[in-house]
Each structure stands twice: as structure tokens, then as C-alpha cells.
Design a protein around this ligand. Structure first.
Ligand SMILES: Nc1ncnc2c1ncn2[C@@H]1O[C@H](COP(=O)(O)OP(=O)(O)OP(=O)(O)O)[C@@H](O)[C@H]1O
Length: 256
């Protein structure tokens, strides 16, 4: 009886862990450039589940930013379908897209994108101000998020009084403030030295262990390898496997 119960509980845990949060089917996006059509994404399909830590690696011009804009609901595809937590975002109006983006996704950028005139605490509070959350609640949440990234004692520092790694931590705390299911990090270590970069990646791993899906976009193989899943983007197409292309030589042949 106990064994059966344990099995049922385990099955429940397993099914929760593999629940798809992002389902992308045959998504394409083209741009017109100087009379030419650039096929930035071509029939891309991808499923990202609860618990995933996925990196997307590709050389310059491969379609990373275009794909990130799609994943982050910042732009819409020409064709194909994107379901975010079961909701079809491809058919949403712009204001609906903005709402789902704010609720479901936290963005982390290479250059932190902090506002220098505001303290760390105020920067983290900002997304909550836009959501109309009360002063007390947003302050408590911001403090909690700063503590989560190890900066509880830097609340009143301005970004310019913090190191690059600390600024990225503030940016991560800001991304966490709305408790999003997905953290979308675009070259989060690109502006950091390798030791600080490793610390930031460790923090992202810890946040993944706490339940956040992490999607990390990078051109750096060493960074990409820290993820549980590595997806390569090349000429607007996605490839996911453990094949030779993960070897540094293969990457260098393709320009990196
Ligand atoms: N707004 C745009 N107008 C025209 N072409 C674009 C536009 N955005 C991207 N492209 C083209 O689409 C292709 C993919 O670009 P994208 O920026 O997604 O690649 P990337 O992998 O992010 O590159 P990088 O690492 O250099 O930022 C490229 O050929 C690029 O020139």
C-alpha cells in the first residue's frame, strides 16, 4: 500500500515537472532588408517544460535575438503558434501580450538596463509600481528579491556604486520581483569577467532549482554548457541533440 502510494506521488511529481510552459510550433519570421527577404526564423518548434534550464546558442546573425523577441512576447511571428502556459500568444492583441509578458516573464539583459538615478531597491520595485502594487507590498517583495540574490545589504546603493556582478544581481532581483515562471536571460554574463560570470550562472542555477524556468541566450559555448538543455540556432533553425556540434571546434568552424 505504502509502495503504491509512493509510486502515485512520484508519478504526480514527474508529471508536474514535465508540464509544458512554452510550446512553439512551426514558427517563422522574415524581414525585408534592401529588397531581400531574410528568413530569420524558419519553422521553429520547441517545447520548454517546468524545471527546464535551457540555453540557446548560435553565431551572430543566426536568429537569437529574433527568437528571444518571440519567446519574450516582444514581437509576433509571421506564421506558427506559440502557447505560453496554455495560452495562444500568437493571436493576442498587443495590450494582452503586454499583460502576459509582465506576468510570466522576467528579462535579464547583458548590460543590466538599470536606472542609474534609482537605488537598487527602487530599481527592483519598478516593475511592481507599474502593476499598481501597494508601497508596503512592493517594498517587502523588493527586499526579499534582493536578499535572494545576496544583496540584502546593498538596498540603498545606486547602480554606479555597485560592481558589474552586483548590478547584474540587482537586474536578476528585478526580473524576479513579479515572480515570473520564466527568466529570459540575453547574454547575462557578456559584460562580466569570467569569475563574476560564473557566479551569476550559479545564481541562475539556484533559481532554476527553486522552480524558475531559465532560458539563456548566448554565443558562448562554455556558458551554454551550464544549462541542462542546449539548443543550437543556425540560419533560423533549431537543433537539439548531444552531437558533435557541441564541441568547441564545431562552434569555431561556424564563426565562434
Ligand atoms: N529588424 C530587422 N530588419 C531586417 N533584418 C533583420 C532585423 N532583425 C534581424 N534581422 C536579420 O535577421 C537575421 C537574424 O538576426 P538576429 O538579430 O535575430 O540574429 P542574432 O543571432 O541575434 O545576431 P547577433 O548575435 O549578432 O545579435 C539576420 O540576418 C539579421 O540581419
Amino acid at each position: 500500500m505504502m509502495v503504491q502510494l509512493a509510486q502515485v506521488v512520484q508519478e504526480e511529481v514527474d508529471s508536474n515537472m514535465t508540464k509544458p510552459i512554452i510550446e512553439i510550433n512551426h514558427l517563422s519570421k522574415s524581414y525585408e532588408l534592401g529588397g531581400e527577404t531574410v528568413h530569420a526564423l524558419q519553422e521553429v518548434s520547441l517545447q520548454i517544460n517546468e524545471g527546464d534550464f535551457l540555453s540557446i546558442i548560435g553565431p551572430s546573425g543566426s536568429g537569437k535575438s529574433t527568437f528571444m523577441n518571440m519567446l519574450g512576447c516582444l514581437d509576433k511571428p509571421d506564421t506558427g503558434e506559440y502557447l505560453l502556459d496554455g495560452k495562444n500568444v500568437t493571436t493576442m492583441k498587443d495590450h494582452e501580450l503586454a499583460v502576459i509578458r509582465n506576468v510570466k516573464i522576467g528579462f535579464i539583459f547583458q548590460n543590466f538596463n538599470l536606472l542609474n538615478k534609482y537605488t537598487a531597491l527602487e530599481n527592483v520595485e519598478l516593475p511592481l509600481v507599474y502593476r499598481g502594487i501597494s508601497v508596503k507590498e512592493r517594498r517587502d517583495t523588493a527586499i526579499e528579491c534582493l536578499e535572494m540574490v545576496g544583496l540584502g545589504d546593498r538596498q540603498y546603493h545606486l547602480p554606479t556604486q555597485l560592481s558589474g556582478g552586483q548590478q547584474q544581481r540587482v537586474a536578476i532581483a528585478r526580473a524576479l520581483a513579479g515572480n515570473p515562471s520564466v527568466l529570459l536571460a540575453d547574454e547575462p554574463t557578456g559584460a562580466l569577467d569570467s569569475k563574476t560570470g560564473k557566479e551569476v550562472l550559479k545564481l541562475l542555477k539556484e533559481l532554476n532549482e527553486k522552480g524558475h524556468i531559465i532560458i539563456l541566450i548566448t554565443h558562448d559555448l562554455e556558458v551554454a554548457r551550464k544549462a541542462k538543455r542546449v539548443v543550437r540556432i543556425q540560419d533560423g533553425q533549431l537543433f537539439e541533440n548531444g552531437g558533435d556540434w557541441l564541441e568547441p571546434a564545431g562552434i569555431r568552424q561556424n564563426g565562434h
